[in-house]
Ligand binder design. Structure first.
Ligand code: F6R
Length: 611
């Protein structure tokens, strides 16, 4: 949420900051702003997209140092005044901020009583005035000292960047709870809330940790902890190509990411799946495998789509490894004072690795003594760094706000962990494991086959573009897929949709079914097919419009359905990896037909770094 970029160095800051903001726009897009120092401080900001901001910029808004921000509003509606950067009363200092300052009201009152005036409804403006107040009181101190004094007074979360026209050789940044990294270049430095904004300028990054503050000049960086002791930080190498963060000829990132799935799943499997030997290699879990084998219970905590993949994980672990699993919304887990025993293992799942609620769940469980594992996509993210061990998805950057390839990457990794655990515990025999492993290796090709039907899926989407409601039903492994299909549709097309376990329909949602109601039924697991057929009959009897996702030989389902999308046969446990693909495409085409910006749906943002 909210994107932050900063540049100091040999180039004109404007080109780097604007380009960085475009790369970060998926993190928030209700307003944007920049501050450059060129003699004096120059600030430009406005409601709307980065392209609106760009049209406001003149030659003079430039220089070799600048910061920028794309906003996802927390305090105060999206408008020009509430946009970042926020400035000091004397107009010499500018701040961009991601996070929430929780005690802003009391600080504001205090500063107002000292004569500082506030213009916006944001919590961020408090930071600009608070830093200024220290510089006013102690004119001899450097900008970094005033930032350190200000952050010591605020509670809440922040990733922030500050520039001052009288100290125009530096950007000061600080982090608590919101991600920030430094990009180290040749005679230039960048700061950003995520790596995609710096990847085209450098492949060397330093991740800041909570409580750290850094002073960046064009040829140096100094990172201090909260006691002002200088730290020696590891420089990481970024493995992110420009191609990965561009649309590559697709109209939207979401469509590109849907079509990337055969490759991203192959990347998730590479070096991990040993078909001949019937074994799984997960280097990241080696040190904790014993703990996992002995676990009496696995708790999975995640949000949104990642929570849905966690629900698939529950079926996988219970079926393959015979271990009880509880799947929790990370936001609920944290505040219920969870009961955690020593032999519990918590798995957190997060594409971004920065989701505030998931991070809080991880910290809570760690504090209570649990072993915490991560299933994360973004390498070097906070969750990846704070977990005891984990497995990366290797899905590449996901930029479309609606998660697609991360979901299938997460389910792939969960399948690998469950299989590995089942083999080690002996809860699955080698022959069965061999069958599943062989089937898993063919999933990428099977997804290709589904993608080839995209035109047919678009035709169905054309017919239902203006439906006001949708119902999605699935059983067993495909119940979470029903939830995921409904979430995809509502978030990008703004159509109300519900996902339900098919049998639960009789306990309420059946009242909604009439000849206007599209019902997507996922009939993709053999062991529940008969029951699913009965549910489809019940819908048909009430004239619901059935769109079935079924395997090609499932004539019973296809004869009942008004429309069918076929997915290749696979093992039941792997069916979510296939059944979700048509649902992603269906929601994509409906949203495009409705004229929605599918990559940047209203009110949403990628990477939810506030609670
Ligand atoms: C939905 C979506 C969100 C995320 C959720 C968790 O398409 O993308 O529901 O899944 O915000 O994000 P991560 O996985 O980054 O923790």
């Amino acid at each position: 949420m909210c994107g932050i970029i900063g540049y100091i160095g040999k180039k004109q800051a404007k080109e780097v900051v604007i380009q960085g903001l475009k790369r970060l726009e998926y993190r928030g897009y209700d307003s944007a702003g920049v501050a450059f120092i060129n003699g004096g401080l120059n600030v430009k900001k406005c409601k709307g997209k980065v392209s609106s901001l760009e049209s406001l910029l003149h030659e003079s808004e430039n220089g070799h140092i600048g910061i920028g921000h794309t906003r996802w509003a927390t305090h105060g509606e999206p408008n020009d005044i509430n946009s970042h950067p926020h400035t000091s009363s004397n107009g010499k200092l500018a701040v961009v901020h991601n996070g929430i300052i929780e005690n802003y009201n009391s600080l504001k009152k205090k500063l107002e009583s000292e004569g500082y005036k506030f213009y916006s409804e944001t919590d961020t403006e408090i930071l600009a005035k608070l830093i200024e107040s220290f510089l006013d009181k102690y004119p001899e101190i450097a900008l970094e000292k005033s930032v350190q004094m200000a952050t010591a007074q605020v509670s809440g979360t922040y990733g922030l960047a500050v520039v001052h026209e009288e100290e125009a050789d530096k950007i000061v940044v600080a982090r608590k709870g919101s991600p920030l990294l430094i990009g180290v270049g040749e005679d230039e430095m960048l700061i950003a809330s995520d790596a995609s904004a710096v990847a085209e300028y450098t492949d060397k990054v330093i991740y800041l940790d909570d409580g750290e503050l850094a002073v960046i000049t064009r040829d140096s960086y100094q990172v201090l902890n909260s006691e002002e002791i200088e730290l020696s930080k590891e420089i990481h190498e970024l493995a992110m190509s420009l191609e990965e963060i561009e649309k590559g000829g697709f109209p939207y990132f979401m469509l590109k990411e849907i079509f990337e799935q055969p490759k991203t799943i192959s990347d998730s499997l590479r070096g991990r799946l040993n078909v001949g030997e019937v074994s799984i290699t997960l280097g990241g879990l080696e040190n904790v495998m014993e703990k996992l084998v002995k676990a009496n219970r696995i708790i999975i905590a995640a949000c949104g789509t990642s929570w849905h993949s966690g629900l698939v994980g529950e079926y996988l672990f219970e079926w393959l490894a015979k271990v009880p699993v509880e799947v929790e919304y990370a936001s609920e887990f944290r505040y219920k004072d969870p009961l955690i025993r020593e032999d519990d293992v918590l798995i957190v799942i997060s594409q971004s690795g920065e989701t505030a609620d998931t991070l809080a769940a991880l910290r809570e469980a760690k504090e209570k003594g649990a072993t915490v594992l991560g299933i994360v996509n973004v390498v070097g993210s906070t969750i990846a760094r704070e977990t005891d061990a984990g497995v990366y998805l290797h899905s590449g950057p996901e930029i479309g706000v609606a998660s697609t390839k991360a979901f299938t990457g997460q389910v792939t990794v969960l399948t690998l962990i469950a299989l590995s655990l089942g083999l080690q515990k002996g809860t699955i025999d080698k022959a069965e494991a061999g069958r599943i492993i062989r089937a898993l290796s063919t999933i990428p090709n099977k997804i290709e086959e589904i993608l080839e039907q995209s035109l047919k899926i678009k035709e169905i989407a054309d017919l239902f573009t203006y439906a006001p409601n949708f119902l999605y039903l699935g059983r067993s492994y495909n119940f979470p897929v029903a939830l995921e299909g409904a979430l995809k549709l509502k978030e990008i097309s703004y159509i109300h949709a519900e996902g339900y376990p098919a049998a639960e329909m009789k306990h309420g949602p059946i009242a909604l079914i009439d000849e206007m109601m599209p019902v997507v039924v996922i009939a993709a697991t053999e062991h529940t097919n008969d029951k699913m057929v009965s549910n489809i009959e019940e819908i048909k009897a009430r004239k619901g419009r059935i769109i079935a996702i079924a395997t090609p030989n499932n004539n019973e389902v296809m004869d009942l359905a008004e429309f069918s999308i076929t997915i290749p046969e696979t093992e039941d446990v792997l069916s979510p990896l296939l059944s979700v693909i048509p649902l992603q495409l269906l929601s994509y085409y409906i949203a495009v037909n409705r004229g929605c910006n599918v990559d940047q749906p209203r009110n949403l943002a990628k990477s939810v770094t506030v609670e």
